[in-house]
Design a protein around this ligand. Structure first.
Ligand SMILES: [Zn+2]
Length: 189
């Protein structure tokens, strides 16, 4: 497995290629598929929004078996997203988590707007409430997105012994980040 610093460097370089329209597009062919049938060893976990404009595998110029991507609107930490992340931390030893908020997030926009969105969406948006409260009255959506990524990164630790233990042992780092829809740049917060 790559070290934390190697992973961070790999993600930065891949994102640079994406931003510059110079994707390598490696590890996406039949030989790579064959090599992965027996198991996976992704070096990074990405907690991303479901938004179609945010595609982590492209944003970091990665192929099959490189990223363990968990997607849920608003990239929130709920029981299911945390459990998915715990699997990669505990069973694969993946050393980096990126919590990837993004510009103009619809889920955060709905949370900012408030009101009744029905049982399921209300429940999901309740996970954005701490970021909304921390951002203060009249905060811009993109500022709440940033705060949400930061607080979610913290929440992963407070709600998961597996994750907090791995961080404490120096085996795992959690990076809140903000994805720019226009430039494709992943900005670490
Ligand atoms: Zn979104």
């Amino acid at each position: 497995m790559m070290t934390i610093n190697e992973v961070k460097q790999r993600l930065i370089e891949g994102n640079d290629r994406f931003v510059e329209d110079k994707l390598d597009g490696k590890l996406q062919d039949s030989s790579r598929r064959d090599s992965l049938v027996g198991g996976q060893a992704p070096y990074a976990i990405i907690l991303s929004c479901a938004d179609s404009r945010v595609v982590p595998e492209l944003s970091f110029d990665t192929g099959l078996g490189e990223l363990f991507v968990v997607r849920v609107a608003g990239n929130v930490a709920n029981s299911s997203s945390i459990a998915s992340i715990e699997y990669a931390v505990a069973h694969i030893g993946t050393p980096v988590i990126v919590v990837l908020g993004h510009q103009s997030c619809g889920a955060v926009t709905a949370a900012v707007a408030g009101g009744d969105n029905g049982y399921n969406l209300n429940h999901l948006l309740s996970h954005v409430q701490p970021a909304l409260a921390a951002s203060g009255e009249g905060a811009e959506v993109n500022d709440v997105v940033r705060k949400n990524a930061e607080l979610t990164a913290e929440e992963l630790k407070t709600r998961s012994g597996i994750i907090s233990d791995a961080v404490a042992a120096g085996k795992l780092e959690i990076l809140p980040a903000y994805y720019h829809l226009d430039s494709g740049r992943v900005e670490y917060l």
